[in-house]
Design a protein around this ligand. Structure first.
Ligand code: LLP
Length: 428
C-alpha cells in the first residue's frame, strides 16, 4: 500500500513516519492507524455513492472492523452512516456523539435490552433478523410509543467463494431469512402487519474479503426480483436496499487490487437495468464496508524477543504480541505482509510467532526477514486496521496495545495501552 515506504537509509515508514521512532516512543506491540487513509477510503465510497446512486443513498461503516470512539468521530465528520452489532458498539458510537439517526443496528440475537436501548436512543434503523426479533421490537416500540424504521435481513443464497467463517449469504446461514425457502416473504408480510414497525427495505450480506467480479451483481439478481415479488404479493414497494459489506483488500502482493469506485459504477448500472426491467423505482442504496475502510490504514509493530533456529527444520522469530492482538492467522490462516524495520540484502525464512502459551499462536509463517534478525528488532505487520484491535483479547493476561493515529501534522493516541490495573479492574 502506498502509505508504506522506506527512507533513503532503508528504514520502514508508515504514513510518512519512521516506525522505529514510533516504537520507541509508544512501546510495542503497537497498533498504528493512518487517519488520512481512513478518511480517503470513506470519501471514495461517499463520492461513488453520490455519483451513481440516488438521493439518501449512503455507505455505512461496519464498525465491528475497528470500534472505538475516535473512529465514530471520524465517521461522523466524513458524513458516513455506521452499522453496529451490539449495545456495546452502539454505546461507543453514541458516547462519541455519532448521530443516532445514521446508526443501523445488526445482529441475529438482539436481546430485549438491545432493542430497548436502541429504541430509547432513537437510532435510525434496526436490521431485523428473525420472527422473534420482529415481535419483540414491535412490543418495545409500542411501549415507547414510537414507530421504528427497520430493514429485514434476508439471505439471497449466494456463495461469495471466500472463507467459510465469513460467508453469510447462503441459504443455510444463521443470519436472516432465506428468499429461496419462502421464509423471507413470510417475515416481510409479518413486519407489514406490525403497527409500530416501519419496514423500509431489505438487507443482505453475502460475505467478507470478497473479490468475485459478479458476486454483488448476482446478489442484485435475487434481491431486485424479490422486491418485485413483494410488491406483487403485498402491494408495497420497499424503498431501501442494503447489500452489506465485503469488498476484499490486499493483504499480500498475490491479492487482487479491487477498484471499488469502478465496481460500484457497474453495480449501479446493473441495479438500474434490473429495476427498470421490473418497473421498480431505483432504491435508496446502502452498503456496509468495514475492512475496505480501515484495513490498509493499519499496521502493527512488534519487538523481536528471540530468534530460534532448529537445524534441518525451521527458524522462528518470536515477538512481544501475538494471537491476542491479531488472532486472524490462528482463526483463518490469514495471509499478511510482514516487514523488518530495516532493509537487508540477505533474507531468510522465519515463522513469526507470538508470545502466547500455545503453538497455534502464529502471526505469519514463512516470512522473509534479514538473516541477522535478533532480539530488539522491530517488525511491522501490514494491513492490520480491520478485525485486529476489535478482535483482540487479554488471553494470558496480556494488555491490549494502544492505537496510535498518524496524521500529517499530528500523532495522537486514539486508544491508550491497557495497564496491569486495567487487567485486574474487574476482579472482585
Ligand atoms: N455487514 C454485515 C452484516 C457484516 O456481517 C459484515 C462483516 C460487514 C457488513 C462488513 O464486512 P467487511 O466490509 O468488513 O468485509 N472477523 C473476520 C471478518 C468477519 C466479518 C463479519 N461481518 C475477519 O477477521 O476476517
Amino acid at each position: 500500500s502506498n502509505n508504506i515506504d522506506r527512507t533513503p537509509e532503508g528504514v520502514l515508514t508508515f504514513a510518512g513516519y519512521d516506525v522505529t521512532q514510533l516504537a520507541k516512543e509508544y512501546g510495542t506491540p503497537l497498533y498504528l492507524m493512518d487517519e488520512a487513509r481512513i478518511r480517503a477510503n470513506c470519501r471514495m465510497y461517499l463520492q461513488a455513492f453520490r455519483d451513481h446512486f440516488g438521493p439518501g443513498s449512503l455507505p455505512l461503516y461496519a464498525s465491528k472492523a475497528a470500534s472505538f470512539k475516535q473512529m465514530y468521530r471520524i465517521m461522523a465528520e466524513e458524513g458516513m452512516g455506521v452499522d453496529v452489532v451490539s449495545s456495546g458498539e452502539l454505546y461507543t458510537a453514541l458516547s462519541a456523539g455519532f448521530p443516532a439517526e445514521r446508526i443501523y443496528f445488526h445482529g441475529n440475537c438482539k436481546t430485549d435490552a438491545d432493542l430497548a436501548y436502541g429504541v430509547s436512543q432513537g437510532i435510525g434503523f434496526f436490521v431485523a433478523d428473525n420472527r422473534e426479533e420482529l415481535l419483540a421490537l414491535e412490543k418495545t416500540a409500542a411501549e415507547a410509543n414510537v414507530t421504528q424504521k427497520i430493514l429485514l435481513r434476508v439471505t439471497p443464497g449466494i456463495d461469495p467463494h471466500t472463507y467459510e467463517a465469513v460467508s453469510t449469504g447462503k441459504v443455510d446461514s444463521k443470519f436472516g431469512a432465506a428468499v429461496e425457502t419462502g421464509q423471507a416473504m413470510e417475515l416481510v408480510k409479518l413486519a407489514l402487519t406490525l403497527p409500530h414497525l416501519d419496514l423500509r427495505g431489505l438487507h443482505c450480506h453475502v460475505g467478507s474479503q470478497v473479490f468475485g467480479e459478479d458476486v454483488y451483481q448476482r446478489t442484485l439478481d435475487i434481491m431486485v426480483p424479490f422486491l418485485a415479488s413483494i410488491r406483487e404479493e403485498t402491494g408495497v414497494t420497499l424503498s431501501d436496499l442494503n447489500l452489506g459489506g465485503g469488498y476484499g483488500v490486499r493483504y499480500t502482493a498475490e491479492d487482487e487490487a479491487i477498484n471499488i469506485p469502478a465496481r460500484l459504477a457497474e453495480l449501479a448500472a446493473h441495479l438500474k437495468e434490473e429495476t427498470e426491467r421490473l418497473g421498480l423505482p431505483m432504491p435508496r442504496f446502502l452498503m456496509e464496508p468495514g475492512r475496505s475502510i480501515v484495513a490498509d490504514a493499519g499496521m502493527t509493530l512488534y519487538t523481536v524477543g528471540s530468534v530460534k533456529r532448529i537445524p534441518g527444520y525451521k527458524q522462528y522469530a518470536a515477538v512481544d504480541g501475538g494471537m491476542t492482538d491479531n488472532p486472524r492467522y490462528a482463526l483463518y490462516q490469514s495471509r499478511y505482509t510482514v516487514y523488518h524495520a530495516y532493509k537487508s540484502s540477505s533474507m531468510e525464512r522465519f515463522d513469526v510467532v507470538g508470545r502466547c502459551c500455545e503453538s497455534g499462536d502464529i502471526i505469519q509463517p514463512g516470512v522473509e526477514l534479514p538473516g541477522d534478525t535478533c532480539r530488539g528488532d522491530i517488525l511491522a505487520v501490514c494491513t492490520t486496521g480491520a478485525y485486529n484491535y476489535s478482535m483482540a483479547s487479554n488471553y494470558n493476561r496480556l494488555p491490549r496495545p494502544a492505537v496510535v493515529m498518524l496524521t500529517p501534522d499530528r500523532i495522537y493516541e486514539a486508544v491508550r495501552r491497557e495497564t496491569f490495573a486495567d487487567l485486574t479492574a474487574l476482579d472482585l
